[in-house]
Design a protein around this ligand. Structure first.
Ligand code: SAH
Length: 395
């Protein structure tokens, strides 16, 4: 096994079990490990620190897996990690109201670079590191042993794959090809999931709890669901008696699937309209037309992919929220989200305070949304916490 020697003074994060070693923290490498191979991380005095995946192309040169020198990171090690993660989702799926969730969440489940989402009997995987890529045969075999899925589909089209020298994949790994729309249930609502063509692995299951919680506030209300995708917030609110919901998304496929989801649930079509448009332009159009709402959801894509993008992203979040505040009836509710890991909750609150000032409104934060249990945050990896939201009463 190849030894990667850490620079003096860089031990702290490793000792605290943070799973990343940046290339700048590496003193030297004894040998030439291929990308994705398992190496031993050694401190400046020659002592063992941890085992991890090496990648010479990535800014994160080593992704740490195991801190106990006596434990071998072999097939059995990967099988155990997969089984532990899958078992940890049992309670979430137990009552049958939901049969879709994230089964494996990368670093948070001690498998850096592996995402596995369950869509009823089908699985969608994203492989974001060469280390996981090398070990996929055993991971697939273990998933089959544990779950006997109808299919396992590789949906590794994330841009981050390029950083590890991997190419985009969109292909069947096992079983028979999933239907164009896989039917799943979440909070007792039916969705059609297009695994091969949809965004990410097909669905944003990280908003499951937040959709249900918000629906509680929408009975009899006129709601606007911005960045609706296939209608997670829309459908939960219609199911809970919203008076009407307008959904806006720029993706034609998202809107088509949302309309199909309305049909699948037999919801009253006259209470729902879907608009394919850019949210920023549509909000301005509503303002010009004097249209107002009781509840507005803002669930935009990640505006800040990194810390360096935070200033620009903050201005974009502020502008978006400012205009939404202007479209609310007196005392209306704004459910506003950020899935940018670089934007923490305090900064997000600050952005909303600026938006309120500019809009000439007062805001009360009445609830804090977060990511659900199948997207755990590992205490030694705070970077895994990315989804936050605030329910605001706007006066
Ligand atoms: N709220 C959704 C998830 C939103 S993901 C749910 O509960 O499932 C972000 C969505 O924003 C995607 O569907 C994407 O198509 C859409 N989007 C991105 N930029 C947009 C823009 N400028 N205007 C409208 N929609 C946009």
């Amino acid at each position: 096994m190849v030894d990667v020697i850490l620079k003096k003074g860089k031990e702290k994060a490793v000792l605290q079990r943070h799973p990343w070693v940046f290339s700048g923290a590496v003193e030297r490498i004894k040998g030439k490990p291929a990308d994705g191979y398992i190496i031993r991380l050694i401190d400046a005095k020659g002592g063992f620190m941890a085992y991890g995946f090496y990648n010479g192309q990535s800014r994160v040169a080593v992704r740490l897996l195991e801190w106990d020198e006596q434990v071998t990171v072999d097939e059995a090690w990967f099988r155990a990690k997969v089984a532990t993660a899958v078992n940890a989702r049992k309670e979430l799926l137990a009552d049958g109201s939901t049969n879709t969730c994230r089964l494996i969440f990368s670093e948070a489940d001690y498998l850096p670079g592996l995402i596995v989402d369950k869509y009823a009997d089908h699985l969608a995987v994203q492989v974001l590191t060469s280390g996981i890529d090398n070990n996929m045969p055993v991971i697939i075999d273990e998933l089959q042993k544990l779950l006997s899925p109808a299919s396992i589909f590789d949906k590794s089209d994330a841009s981050s794959r390029g950083h590890e020298g991997l190419t985009t994949e969109n292909k069947l790994l096992a079983g028979t090809h999933p239907p164009e729309l896989v039917e799943v249930k979440e909070n007792n609502i039916t969705y059609g999931i297009n695994i091969a063509e949809g965004q990410k692995s097909g669905f944003y299951c990280d908003q499951r709890d937040n959709r249900r919680i918000l629906a509680h506030y929408t009975k009899g209300k006129k709601m606007l669901d911005c960045f609706s995708y296939t209608g997670g917030f829309t459908l939960n609110s219609l199911s809970n008696g919203a008076a009407s919901v307008t959904s806006v998304d720029s993706s034609a496929l998202a809107i088509d699937t949302l309309n199909e989801n309305i049909r699948l649930n037999n919801f009253d079509n006259s209470k729902h309209s879907a608009i394919k448009a850019d949210v920023n332009s549509q909000l301005r159009r509503f303002k010009d037309e004097g249209e107002k709402f009781d509840v507005i959801v803002l669930d935009p894509p990640k505006y800040a992919p990194s810390r360096s993008a935070l200033d620009r992203a903050s201005r974009a979040y502020k502008d978006l929220n400012r205009i939404a505040m202007l479209l609310l009836n007196e005392g209306g509710l704004l459910a506003t989200f950020s899935c940018s890991g670089a934007m923490d909750l305090e900064t997000f609150k600050q952005v909303l305070a600026w938006a309120a000032l500019d809009a000439g409104k007062q805001v009360q934060f009445i609830y804090q949304f977060c990511q659900p249990e199948d997207h755990p945050v590992r205490s030694s990896f705070p970077e895994g916490e990315y989804l936050k939201g605030l329910l605001c009463r706007v006066l």
